[in-house]
Design a protein around this ligand. Structure first.
Ligand SMILES: Nc1ncnc2c1ncn2[C@@H]1O[C@H](COP(=O)(O)OP(=O)(O)OP(=O)(O)O)[C@@H](O)[C@H]1O
Ligand SMILES: [Mg+2]
Length: 249
C-alpha cells in the first residue's frame, strides 16, 4: 500500500501541474495567433526583399523587419518552453526581471484583447537562485487573476526591483480591477476560496491558484501579500530573499 504521506505529496504535485497546464492553456490560443502574425510579417518582408524591383535600401529595411520578427518569434517560443519545462523544481540562476518579461511576452496579446494596458518597470539584472518554472507559474496565475478582475479593461502594472542592499527581490503586480471586499481578503490564499465560475471550457475557478502561489513563494523562503480596495484595484507584492550561487553553496 502507498503511504498516505506519499499519496498526499503525489496529489499536491498533480494539482500543481494541473494549475500550470491550465495557466498555459488560458494563453495558448492567443500566443498561437501572435506567432502566426509574426510569421506573416516575416513572410511578407522576405517577399519584399526578394523583389527584383526593390532597391538596396528597401531590401535592408525589409530584412530588418525579418530579423525583428524572428527575434520576436524566438522570444515567444522560449517563453512558452520555459513555462512548460517539466524540471519544475530545479534551482537555476535566473534574472527576476527577465523572468517577469517572459511572462508578459506570453500574455501580451491576451491582455490587449481584453483592453488591458501593461506598464512595466523592470530593474534588471536581478540574478538569483530560484525555481524559474514555478515562479513563472506564480506570475502567470497573478496576471490571469488580474485580467479576470478587469472585465472592462484597465491597467496592469508589473514592477520588479531589488532593495538597496541587494538582499531582497520584490515583484509587484497591481491591477485597476474590481478589487476584493475586506471580508474576503483574509481568505483568498486558502485552497478552494473562489468567487469565479469555470469558463465555457470548464477552465478556472478552482480557487487553487493563490494557494499554490503562496506555497511556491514560501518554498523560496519568501512572502506574498495583498492589498485591495473594492472597485479600485488590487496589489500583490512578493518578496523573496536574493540568493547568489555563492551564498547558496
Ligand atoms: N486581482 C484580483 N482582483 C480581484 N479579486 C481577486 C484577484 N486575485 C484573486 N482574487 C480573488 O481571490 C479568489 C481566489 O483566487 P485564486 O486564483 O486562488 O482562485 P480562482 O482565480 O478563483 O481560481 P483558479 O485560479 O483556479 O482559476 C478569486 O476567486 C477572486 O475572488
Ligand atoms: Mg486564479
Amino acid at each position: 500500500m502507498i503511504p498516505l504521506v506519499e499519496e498526499n505529496r503525489w496529489l499536491r504535485e498533480q494539482l500543481m501541474l494541473q494549475n500550470r497546464l491550465a495557466g498555459v492553456g488560458a494563453i495558448a490560443s492567443s500566443v498561437a495567433h501572435e506567432f502566426n502574425n509574426v510569421l506573416m510579417v516575416i513572410l511578407n518582408h522576405s517577399k519584399l526583399a526578394l523583389k527584383p524591383t526593390a532597391n538596396p535600401e528597401q531590401k535592408n529595411i525589409a530584412l530588418e523587419k525579418v530579423v525583428q520578427g524572428c527575434t520576436k518569434a524566438a522570444g515567444l517560443v522560449n517563453s512558452m518552453l520555459g513555462m512548460t519545462r517539466n524540471s519544475g523544481r530545479q534551482m537555476q540562476m535566473t534574472d527576476l526581471g527577465q523572468l517577469a518579461a517572459q511572462v508578459v511576452t506570453l500574455c501580451e496579446k491576451e491582455l490587449q484583447k481584453h483592453r488591458i494596458r501593461v506598464e512595466l518597470s523592470l530593474a534588471s539584472p536581478i540574478p538569483t537562485l530560484v525555481m524559474p518554472a514555478l515562479l513563472e507559474q506564480v506570475l502567470l496565475n497573478l496576471v490571469i487573476n488580474a485580467r479576470q478582475a478587469m472585465p472592462q479593461g484597465g491597467i496592469l502594472r508589473l514592477g520588479v526591483r531589488a532593495n538597496p542592499e541587494g538582499t531582497i527581490g520584490e515583484i509587484r503586480i497591481a491591477d485597476t480591477g474590481i478589487g476584493i471586499s475586506p471580508d474576503k481578503l483574509g481568505h483568498i490564499f486558502e485552497p478552494f476560496a473562489s468567487t469565479k465560475k469555470p469558463d465555457e471550457d470548464g477552465r478556472g475557478g478552482s480557487g487553487l491558484g493563490l494557494s499554490l502561489c503562496r506555497q511556491i513563494i514560501e518554498a523560496h523562503q519568501g512572502r506574498i501579500r495583498v492589498e485591495s480596495t473594492l472597485g479600485k484595484g488590487t496589489v500583490f507584492t512578493i518578496k523573496i530573499p536574493l540568493n547568489t550561487a555563492k551564498q547558496a553553496a
